[in-house]
Design a protein around this ligand. Sequence first.
Ligand code: ZN
Length: 458
Amino acid sequence: MPKPPLRLTTRIHPSPPQHARLHHMWTTLLAAQHTLTAWLHHRAAGGTRSLLDFASGHGPVTAGHPRRPARALPPLDQLNAEVRAARDALGWTPAVPPGALRWMTAETAREWRAAGQRRPHGPLPGPWPPSRAPELHLDNAVQVLDPVTLHLACLDADELIPADLYLPTPYWHALLRRQQRRAAHERARCDTLEHTWLDAGDGKAAAELLTRRARGGPWTELPWPAVPDALPGDPVSREGTVLRWVTGDGLPGRWVAEWTFGTGDVMAPPWVFDDVLGVDLGYHHPFACASGGLSTLTPRPFRGSFAPPPLQASNARTAPPRHGAWARARHRRALFLRLRPIFEAHLDLALQHRAVAIEQVAWGGFARRGFPFASYALDVGLVAWLAWLDALATSHGVRVLRVPPAYTTRTCSACLRVGPRPASGQPFRCVGCGYSAQADLNAARVIRRRGLAKLGRP
Ligand SMILES: [Zn+2]
């Protein structure tokens, strides 16, 4: 049986005008969905107008002889044809790429079918609520230009979006291989057109070449970094990229790009240790881990502040440097690349355990206490690591246990007594039983005990 695709998300940083464009895409798509839903109700009530006529108020309200109400949904091909016929006249394109409209149509059809199966004579589905989280399905219309730059086919050629493409190495390579193949294909196509134009005097080829180059810009000509060939079992990029607006996890609202990977027929190795690994994430020690037979404490692999320093204007000019957003993305990526080997080693370690216990981190609480742990965790990739773990755990048969975060640093992992919080850099010492341990390791052991309790084990 083919394995389900794996989805990994990375954070992207559209500028305020780009954010407005993406948001406009979503509100237009939502309006299109409302129109489609209203038309499906019209059809279900016996109406016979086309989607375009219905939405623009043209055509007879009913045919000469009213039809019997038809609750059955038209086939998806027909729905897509109706949307295609209406999309230009109703202004849905070019605001929304055709792929996003196709996804909206398919998703609406799926919801109607599901509602019909649940309650054949129940109420028909209503339109999507305005509160629905934006998602733009852009298939393969998102291009990686360099390790921190994305281009969306639906934006202008020079509208580039800085991105934190934080992926485990095999997935990063898979993404690069796919992008490289696309770039090589495009270059070959342009070479052929150039020959056809210059050798055969073909004006059409010259025109197509110019358009392609104008669309792609100089990035299509840049060499890509060398990427090792794929081995059996390596993930394969399927693109199928979705942009989502994510809120509600205590972190600031943000756009993310979700990438789809095929993971082939090679089975992921199942867990080998029948134990719960407690993992404490932190600033000075990105990881403290504890299981029945293991304690590890990993120091931060870089010095100095993670926060980007202010951009210095040169004396010659007063305007801020043009590529500030790109430079900040490279700045963050440098931190991530220092941490990536540690992230990958801890991902492997976690996936070897039957279960992994992690705090249900209250990100918002850090910001309220004036500690920038949430932005640190986003910038260096700790948040990405948590998402990697969630995405990969299922295929390894590993359970991720989110445990309450209260007092993990103040609780004794030996007797569970809550005492004072250890001062920064000081070990934990229990005032009850005298137990003493490095503070982050004690927290990891408390987290592990809470994970064990969730599994009903002592
Ligand atoms: Zn104690």
